[in-house]
Design a protein around this ligand. Sequence first.
Ligand code: TPP
Length: 528
Amino acid sequence: MKTVHCASYDILRRHGLTTIFGNPGSNELPFLKDFPADFRYILGLHEGAVVGMADGFALASGQPAFVNLHAAAGTGNGMGALTNAWYSHSPLVISAGQQVRSMIGVEAMLANVEAPQLPKPLVKWSAEPACAQDVPRALSQAIHMANLAPKAPVYLSIPYDDWAQPAPAGVEHLAARNVASAGLPSPAQLGELAGRLSRARNPVLVLGPDVDGARANPLAVQLAEKLRMPAWIAPSASRCPFPTRHPCFRGVLPAAIAGISQRLAGHDLILVVGAPVFRYHQFAPGDYLPAGAELVHITCDPGEAARAPMGDALVGDIFLTLEAMVESVRTSARPMPEALPRPAPRADEAGPLHPETVFDVIDELAPDDAIFVKESTSTVTAFWQRVQMREPGSYFFPAAGGLGFGLPAAVGVQLAQPQRRVIGIIGDGSANYGITALWTAAQYRIPAVFIILKNGTYGALRWFAGVLDVPDAPGLDVPGLDFCQLGRGYGVRSVQAADAASLRAELARALAGDEPVLIEVPTLTIEP
Ligand code: TPP
């Protein structure tokens, strides 16, 4: 007779979840017993890095990723990273080992008391099966829940004495199931939307991360070209849904109510696709919409649709809806928008480099299909202006701003996309939250390139301190960090590049190789 252990591995295998990101403890060992040869275990040294790696893997592959954490302590360590996974619609199937069933009540060591409550509200579904025989079914439910629109993390706590129990009769049906969303709006809804777009005098497109998640970038390009629409990236961008040197590309909208209305002034129809309306950050009150503008929102997430403060929304499949729109609208007679001018190079003196220079060197050397994992908070605007991104899946940034994403996600993305090169661009503040991912990159020889921008400070917070009028805040500088020593300590080849020529040489050498490399670059602080 099959065990719960065997039936559960069958289900994971059937869904292609053969990579397990984890950090084990005693509660998890029975799950890892007789580890099947067709599975691989990717060990992270801290659960923040484990969840960050899995997040990168899920985002870059478009598939669920399986995580195994240690009880409550491991779950707690991973929760900062879960904030990003939640807001990026990342389908993480997170399992955590629980004490044996008879020892949970007495709160023996490693009992995860009220386990399903612990990761809320950062998971779509959370459970501990009521008996061992329900574990395979609950695992199947977890995988489908994570992968159905809107994709999201889920959590399953599993007592460790369950694995050796016999699986229930009929368990084989679970691995055979297909569960899919069918989310095309009705012909009437599509007709109305196409009519509004065709009637608009001066429409504008605002694109969010779920366009990239749906691999609908080429459809967004076709729609923008047909309607001669400028295309903005929705604020707090965590992915790149539109090629950044296309004539229609306009850049990333500011994350403020007033700033968005100013940038979109003059448009009569704002079509937002695959983003919340909107993901604001700094509080700058004002009109939600420019005068005379209507807003229409296409989203895969009912929560996003319902909580928006303005506009009409249509909840459906982003790829299919955009495809239908491209077919429905006629090519406009308006002139095509003009491409943005390329920013001029910065003149560098001796000493720390302008981040803009670093980005120009990256733009010069990165392969056309390079993937950038970005976590340097003060340099976002400069990066989008200077680094060309062409292909879907080219950019990942922490979707909730939860630092500790960059280094681990770069490792996970590189694992998911071995044929593309991943360049992590990480601030010297951010790097510390996920630094142990370097060890995983070294041990599994995952050839991501990590460029650490060392400006000695929390640059974005220095800017925010000005916005919030807190000129004297303590705790904003991070001097005395040597990332080359840290990198070597974790087993990664690490070099410093103190000027543009050595950065060019080191980046070229790293991209020509097949091992992880860390490049520390002393940089100046700029306004975000
Ligand atoms: N802790 C977490 C987990 N997430 C956060 N976003 C913060 C703290 C607050 N925070 C936002 S930006 C920032 C901090 C600490 C500074 C990041 O500094 P760095 O990576 O050096 O980038 P820079 O702003 O200098 O480009």
